[in-house]
Design a protein around this ligand. Structure first.
Ligand code: MN
Length: 465
């Protein structure tokens, strides 16, 4: 399990007795929070930071510890902030400034100056807040008593986002083919996205995948078909078309494993050597947490992988989506989201069916795909755009709804939603912000999660809703 260092600030002026107390109180808080966060993170208690040398040492240790995804800092007493400058300058992991107290209530009958001297978080954390601001360090702040439910939930959010940022920093994205010809919004500056998010986005010729497809054995195909039969309803007589997707999936998994990639994109304009557009194969991979977006959209592929990581342990669906068409009935406007084939089965409200139908674009054989109706409930639609000088996340609040009527002739998985606060202003804000037709839709993450990711990665953010 990934680790977060819990650093308690103090100073060596106080003497042994107070510092022993600072250490034992800190251990008690770490033990309490560890129990609450045991499914999310391993909290590592470190000895109180009492001078510049100790702070440099712990910040450096956290920065080089490959298992450490972040740091929580709390000032138990006053801790002069010039002592923190050099350490914080060396810290490379996401930082949470936890503003809490050892005691929930003031002991009104007993309080004296000794109590005041040791219970100084209100004082010490302001000094710490100043230096974070002065150093311009992106960080999260959680305010509240550490045993309160809301405080614990906010710390858990930081842990999930810190784990996702750690994952992002090591994420590799395989691009089969390039960006779809002439399309603007899906393209982006891959050098800048590696600098900012750590994504190693590399191009591979589709021929590399075709060769792996040709090597897939009958046994591998039959094992994959057994998995499909167990997870989905095979609603087609064209078993050969399904087997073809099974071969693609086996080959894709080998390719991703060999390259260390956890996200990929392809494009229907570059499929030479494949008979079908990968549909079912891609969908089954997305269902297992592999990031994907179509038409060479590496940004959405990577973002979907990072968001799936962020939502680990949280109930809900997360995946690649495209705005397709509208029902514009006045006051009842609904967006129909889907893709040519590639919608994650995590959105399925019912057991998906494997169907084979012609594809009106690309000139390939009829591809097998999963078809289903989507889940309902509150969610977010998030799109990343490259503004030339920076990246921006646009996050819209949506309500996923039941489709008003059956769509028996629509041969793809579909999700429908209403955008908040209403269709006209929500969609207008989306268009004004320049957000594209590809996005990540999630019912697992909240606006607070997305905003924290944006804050900790210094990404511009537009919130709609
Ligand atoms: Mn698309």
């Amino acid at each position: 399990m990934k680790t977060i260092y819990f650093i308690t600030g103090s100073q060596d002026l106080y003497g042994e007795e107070v510092l022993t107390r600072v250490a034992s109180d800190s251990k008690e808080i770490v033990a309490f929070l560890q129990n609450k966060l045991k499914d999310t993170i391993k909290l590592k208690y470190v000895a109180p930071a009492i001078n510049s040398e100790a702070i440099i040492d712990v910040c450096q240790r956290a920065s080089v510890d490959s298992n450490c995804v972040g740091v929580i800092a709390w000032m138990r007493t006053f801790s002069p902030a010039k002592m923190w400058i050099k350490g914080l300058q060396r810290l490379t992991k996401p930082l949470l400034h936890l503003h809490t107290q050892y005691n929930e209530k003031i002991p009104y009958d007993a309080i004296d100056m000794d109590y005041m001297n040791i219970n100084q978080s209100a004082h010490g954390d302001r000094e710490f807040g100043f230096i974070l601001k002065r150093l311009n360090i992106a960080h999260d702040i959680v305010v509240g008593y550490y045993k309160h439910k809301q405080t614990i939930e906010a710390i858990a959010r930081f842990c999930r986002v810190a784990k996702a940022i750690d994952y992002s920093r090591s994420l590799k994205v395989a691009m089969f083919g390039s960006n779809m010809r002439e399309v603007a919004v899906t393209d982006g500056d891959r050098v800048e996205s590696q600098i900012k998010y750590g994504w190693e986005v590399n191009y591979y010729g589709i021929g590399d995948l075709v060769e792996l497809v040709s090597q897939v054995t009958d046994k591998e195909v039959s094992d994959k078909m057994a998995e499909y039969a167990q997870k989905y309803d095979i609603a087609t007589d064209n078993v050969e078309a399904v087997k073809e997707q099974a071969r693609y999936e086996v080959a894709l998994r080998k390719f991703l494993s060999a390259t260390g990639a956890n996200a990929f994109c392809d494009t229907f304009q570059d499929l030479r050597g494949l008979n079908q557009l990968p549909g079912l194969a891609v969908q089954n991979l997305m269902g297992d947490g592999i990031g994907f977006a179509a038409e060479g959209d590496y940004k959405t592929a990577a973002l979907s992988a990072v968001f799936m990581k962020m939502s680990e342990g949280v109930k809900g669906s997360t995946g690649f989506m495209e705005d397709y068409t509208y029902d514009l009935s006045e006051g009842q406007e609904v967006v129909l989201g889907s893709h040519m084939l590639e919608v994650s089965p995590s959105f399925a409200a019912t057991k998906p069916k494997i169907e084979v139908h012609p594809l009106g674009i690309g000139g390939k054989s009829d591809p097998a795909r999963l078809v289903f109706d989507g889940v309902t409930g509150n969610g977010l639609q998030v799109s990343m755009l490259d503004e030339g000088c920076d990246f921006r996340l646009v996050s819209a609040q949506i309500e996923l709804v039941k489709q008003p009527k059956p769509m028996p002739r629509l041969p793809v998985a579909r999700v429908m939603w209403k955008i908040k606060p209403n269709f006209k202003s929500g969609v207008k804000a989306w268009l004004e912000s320049g957000a594209g037709h590809h996005s990540v839709v999630t019912t697992a993450l909240t606006e607070e999660d997305v905003a924290l990711f944006a804050k900790l990665t210094s990404t511009s953010l537009t919130l709609i809703g």
